[in-house]
Ligand binder design. Sequence first.
Ligand SMILES: Cc1cc2nc3c(=O)[nH]c(=O)nc-3n(C[C@H](O)[C@H](O)[C@H](O)COP(=O)(O)OP(=O)(O)OC[C@H]3O[C@@H](n4cnc5c(N)ncnc54)[C@H](O)[C@@H]3O)c2cc1C
Length: 226
Amino acid sequence: MMGRDYRGSVSVPAAPSPAPRSVVVVGTGLAGLRTVAELRAQGFDGEVTVVGAEAVPPYDRPPLSKELFSRVEPVWLSGEGYGDLADLADRVLPGRRATAVRADDDGVDLTVGPADAGDPAQGHGAAGEALTLHADVAVLATGAEPVRPAGWTGAAELHTVADAAALRGRLSAGTRLVVVGAGWIGAELAGQAAAQGCAVTVVEAAPTPLHRQLGADLGARTAPWY
Ligand SMILES: Cc1cc2nc3c(=O)[nH]c(=O)nc-3n(C[C@H](O)[C@H](O)[C@H](O)COP(=O)(O)OP(=O)(O)OC[C@H]3O[C@@H](n4cnc5c(N)ncnc54)[C@H](O)[C@@H]3O)c2cc1C
């Protein structure tokens, strides 16, 4: 509810919006998959289109750091009981990145890049045209991406199966690795790489590891993990 001193303009729809008949979901991570699965579970029988920058079906990200060297094949979310996009959606456009969205009273227009402009790290080669999708509703389930400071072009990241595969190829006994960020993923990667025989240095701006997540006291107790 708005406060009594609110002075901005308030737009009141002329008529109630009709129930949406088409939905486009951007992102094929857990949130995108669960959005589609839940729409169907709630009885939505309209058209569902899913656009995902990654070329592979939805998978579980936690094993990428926890089992970097011991599990090469992704843990597919369809096999974990979260639903299968291929069955749930009318159309799945993998390896394509949505680049613009425009919404008005008539629905949403979404500009989607060609297949080879999706996630460059995926290495998919299928050519494709840019296209515009129209739907009543768009759901942006685009997750989060690692923060890469300007100019750090040679640094690796760990967010996708492609990132994990690239890291596995670069890390072996004796490799010198600097991990920037002592959050959960940094901690897990440092531990996995050290167990592999890498010489690991962890750089963290905060006074202790996991400072933001656990606070100073508990964070300090995790320092021996490194
Ligand atoms: C290595 C690692 C370990 C983790 N471990 C844990 C853990 O132990 N416990 C825990 O709770 N969480 C963990 N997480 C976090 C967890 O994986 C995320 O919270 C979860 O993946 C979020 O799901 P999401 O669908 O919101 O986003 P994401 O999984 O990030 O999926 C978003 C998807 O949208 C796509 N996308 C983005 N922009 C566009 C665009 N413009 N057009 C098309 N597609 C786009 C991306 O390519 C991606 O596929 C971990 C994450 C990582 C990377």
